[in-house]
Design a protein around this ligand. Structure first.
Ligand code: ADP
Ligand code: MG
Length: 374
């Protein structure tokens, strides 16, 4: 039986899969290409170890986006369908996975005007839908956090660097996270930039690299019918959709080398959330697994619904077409391949609009009192 939302989910709760889209970036300066070929159907991808044309391994995904794919192509393949669902009260997650330098941040949060990434595009799609829908009233709230060494830091209020994850009636949430109401794309872009600056500052202070942390933008969209309160039916429903955009830490194996100066305990702690994510995906993809270790790390606890509960999830695997990176690329494609077997059960998050109900009850009581005075 699919688990129902504690808010009382609507009928549509059919099981569906995590969608996996691979994005290939072109080789940079000193890198040599020829490591990847994409099948004509744009679903198959073959990996080569050298120029010999002997394939190393092949995979199939929901979509493979070639080197010349635009940000708009990524948006249509991996983001647009999720945003549409979030506007209707579903939870949605877009996650970018891959080694450092493979293109996760470029894909998710580029703010270059000619190359706008998924986060600003998602915000633009949300506000465009709001503008065109006169029969509902929306509020959109944004938060921005990062997880580093199992500490959860508020990137909009960086002094809050040990936030806790709690579980309430509406599912898992970050207690005390700073939430800002946003009204237009520019508000989101501004908060994204504020958060990114705080992230750089935090890592400079730690003398560490931000590719080791997971950055998570959260947008919560509340939708209520637009009718004036006196025309609303008692017990009218409000829908709440949550969108997570997750820029995961670099998936490359951390070397405990002298150059990074890492102690073994640090390396374990830095990797814990990502390692646990892999273990949860393996467990969720295995029909015989009896335990999924969601609670073993901050990231998987926060993303628990995205990986097997109430959410629609797209995973973007970022890879570089470079012979130098074949081992890491292979590992990323294997990760994506396992994620293709993870099912979720999304339901519409809907509950009675208590705000309206309270206003109506107060009005009704007032009327009764007026009559009593007559
Ligand atoms: P990551 O976040 O995975 O570490 P970045 O997004 O920072 O990687 O990308 C590394 C570099 O590659 C950046 O200079 C970025 O502009 C460039 N890059 C990434 N993806 C693409 C792409 N699809 N096309 C062109 N350049 C890209
Ligand atoms: Mg990055």
């Amino acid at each position: 039986m699919p688990r129902r939302s504690s808010l009382g989910g609507a009928a549509d709760h059919s099981a569906e899969r995590v969608k996996v889209v691979v994005r290939v970036r072109p080789p940079h300066g000193s890198e040599s290409g020829g490591a990847i070929s994409v099948a004509p159907d744009n679903k198959g991808i073959v990996l080569y170890r050298d120029q010999s044309n002997v394939p190393q391994s092949g995979f199939e995904f929901d979509k493979v986006l070639r080197e010349d794919a635009s940000q708009a192509d990524v948006f249509h393949a991996a983001v647009q369908p999720i945003v549409d669902d979030v506007m209707n009260g579903y939870n949605g997650t877009i996650m970018a996975y891959g080694q450092t330098g493979a293109g996760k941040t470029y894909t998710l949060s580029s703010v270059a005007p000619d190359n706008i990434g998924m986060m600003p595009r998602a915000a633009a799609a949300i506000f465009s839908e709001i503008e065109h829908d006169s029969s509902n009233v929306y509020t959109v709230v944004m938060s921005y956090i990062q997880i580093y060494m199992e500490l959860l830091q508020d990137l909009l209020q960086p002094q809050n660097n040990d936030l806790q994850i709690r579980e309430g009636e509406d599912g898992v949430f970050v207690a005390g996270v700073h939430e800002v109401e946003v009204e237009k794309v520019e508000d989101c872009l501004h908060l994204l930039q504020v958060g990114d600056r705080n992230r750089v500052f935090a890592f400079t202070a730690l003398n560490a690299h931000s590719s080791r942390s997971h950055a998570i933008v959260m947008l919560t969209i509340t939708k209520r019918p637009a009718a004036a309160p006196q025309n609303r039916a008692l017990g009218q429903k409000v829908k709440v959709g949550k969108l997570f955009l997750v820029d995961l830490a670099g998936s490359e194996r951390l070397k405990k080398s002298r150059s990074t100066g890492l102690r073994a305990s640090e390396a374990v702690s830095i990797n814990l959330s990502l390692t646990t994510l892999g273990m949860c995906i393996n467990a969720r993809a295995d029909p015989n697994a009896t335990h999924v270790p969601f609670r073993d790390s901050k990231l998987t606890r926060l993303l628990q619904e995205s990986l097997g509960g109430n959410a629609k999830t797209s995973l973007v695997i970022a890879v570089a077409n470079a012979l130098q990176h074949v081992d890491e690329t292979l590992q990323s494609l294997q990760f994506g391949s396992r994620a293709m077997r993870v099912h979720t059960q999304a339901v519409v998050n809907e509950h009675v609009d208590f705000k309206v109900m309270n206003a109506e009850l107060v009005a009704a009581l007032d009327k009764r009192e007026d009559k009593a005075h007559l």
